[in-house]
Design a protein around this ligand. Structure first.
Ligand code: MN
Length: 254
């Protein structure tokens, strides 16, 4: 018997955006993700964190390390991308990258944009990359950079843009990863309801998103699956099957 609100075993499919290295005990979180068989993209915020993440997930069956450079760590000064290029061939997964336009500083925004555009360009050349992208207050500029011709796959993580941004993103081929925090408000539920079902994935953005009194972790994506079932008026198992099919599409190599 599980307490109300506990994740139902088997519903969790994918955590497309989780900061495994930022939990107090990453190994324990990994062990629980593996036990629940949750496909997890372990994002990093800086290239320097990638080797350790690679090592952490080396014995995992379901978790993959991503090379990232978080926009909030970017200042106006020139960024040395050499370490990013060095590690990029080692993984298919890229993130956390993107733009955060909470800053009003035009030079910082421009610096973020240059870095993001350079990464997207290199990933496009590689062809088969899967990107998890931050777009806070910057959905339109993110879509301007990635356009409609990116040859890999990209996921807008914790999307919070307008309906028009959403339409543009769908047109550009975006997937959207939905986390437990996004389904707590009525407006969040409305936004999630307007994403085409075949573009929806799940995430936690752990440890930043909380579930009750603790950081969310990959198995908690079951809570999102439950919410999607409610939003779509289907059984939780059917919602889980939709996410599984979408994951298969995300991973498909063209
Ligand atoms: Mn994140």
């Amino acid at each position: 018997m599980t307490a109300a609100g506990d994740p139902i075993p088997g519903l969790a499919v994918v955590d497309a955006h989780c900061h495994i290295d930022l939990y107090p005990d990453p190994a324990a979180v990994l062990a629980r993700a593996e036990a629940a068989a949750v496909r997890t993209i372990a994002v990093t915020n800086a290239p320097a964190s990638f080797p350790r993440m690679t090592q952490l997930v080396s014995s995992c069956r379901f978790v993959r390390a991503a090379i990232g450079l978080h926009p909030e760590t970017i200042s106006a000064s020139e960024i040395d991308l050499a370490p990013f290029w060095e590690h990029l061939p080692a993984t298919r997964y890229v993130g956390e990258i993107g733009l955060d336009y909470v800053t009003q500083d035009r030079n910082v925004r421009e610096s973020q944009r240059r870095v993001f555009a350079a990464i997207v360009e290199r990933c496009g050349e590689a062809g088969d990359k899967i990107l998890t992208i931050h777009s806070r207050r910057a959905a339109a500029p993110v879509l301007q950079v990635i356009g409609g011709s990116f040859p890999g796959r990209f996921i807008l993580h914790w999307f919070s843009g307008s309906v028009r941004d959403l339409e543009r993103a769908v047109e550009a081929g975006a997937f959207f990863s939905v986390n437990p925090a996004m389904i707590r408000s009525a407006s969040g539920n409305r936004l999630v309801a307007s994403i085409p079902r075949d573009r929806v994935l799940t995430e936690t953005d752990g440890p930043f998103v909380m579930v009750r009194d603790r950081p969310a972790e990959p198995k908690d994506t079951a809570l999102v699956v439950n919410a999607l079932a409610r939003i779509w008026s289907v059984e939780p198992s059917a919602a889980s099957a939709v996410i599984r099919a979408n994951l298969r599409e995300l991973l498909r190599t063209s």
